[in-house]
Ligand binder design. Structure first.
Ligand code: DGI
Ligand code: FE
Ligand code: FE
Length: 185
């Protein structure tokens, strides 16, 4: 499929705001790839497709998990916001036929992060925080940091997410904690 065809599919699957977010994350991932020597085409495509199942009904996520043998942990089962990263990577691999592990893995871990992130994983994770459409309290700090050091930006983003989850009384995925611990060592 061409980039234009992917955009047409996204426009059908996502609400207008989420579609705009996807275009902004793709642009930001491309910018970070240029700055930090990542693969520009892969980062752009991962950014474009990363939230492809974000607006999918519950059944579609569950069907993808069933079809492709994914068993949810108790944290995952109880945090539906984590589902689109898992179902999105399955959709991109099995429905769109994209077999590039760099792209698939970046989408898979774009919400939780993980220990041992690749450059593409980091670029997508951070682009999701610093894309032009984002507007949260510390977005200016994150945008400044991401242009200085990816690892400093990663540490800030993970701390921000963990504190936010704790304040809301939500469970923290082990992958998020492992990413945070690794970056603190
Ligand atoms: O899909 P986006 O909105 O662009 O961003 P995202 O994929 O980073 O999703 C952010 C949401 O995911 C946010 O509501 C917090 C939630 N989240 C991220 N990490 C964890 C988490 N929720 C739980 N319960 N545990 C986590 O570790
Ligand atoms: Fe997401
Ligand atoms: Fe996103």
């Amino acid at each position: 499929m061409t980039i234009d065809e992917y955009k047409q599919l996204l426009a059908k699957r996502l609400n207008p705001q989420r579609y705009k977010h996807s275009l902004c994350v793709a642009d930001e991932a491309l910018r970070l790839a240029e700055k930090y020597g990542g693969d520009k085409d892969k980062c752009y495509l991962a950014g474009l497709l990363h939230d492809i199942t974000k607006n999918a009904p519950k059944d579609e996520h569950l069907q993808l998990f069933r079809d492709f043998g994914i068993i949810l942990s108790s944290v995952e089962a109880n945090a539906q916001k984590l589902w689109h990263a898992m179902s999105g990577s399955l959709y991109v691999r099995h429905k769109l036929g994209i077999n590039d592990d760099e792209i698939i893995t970046a989408i898979r871990y774009h919400t939780t992060a993980r220990a041992g992130m690749t450059l593409t994983d980091k670029i997508l994770y951070l682009a999701d925080f610093t894309s032009a459409d984002r507007d949260y309290d510390d977005v200016d700090v994150m945008r400044r940091l991401v242009d200085i050091s990816m690892d400093e930006a990663l540490k800030y983003a993970l701390s921000y997410s963990i504190v936010d989850l704790v304040n809301k009384g939500k469970p923290i995925h082990p992958d998020t904690l492992e990413a945070y611990n690794e970056i603190c060592l």
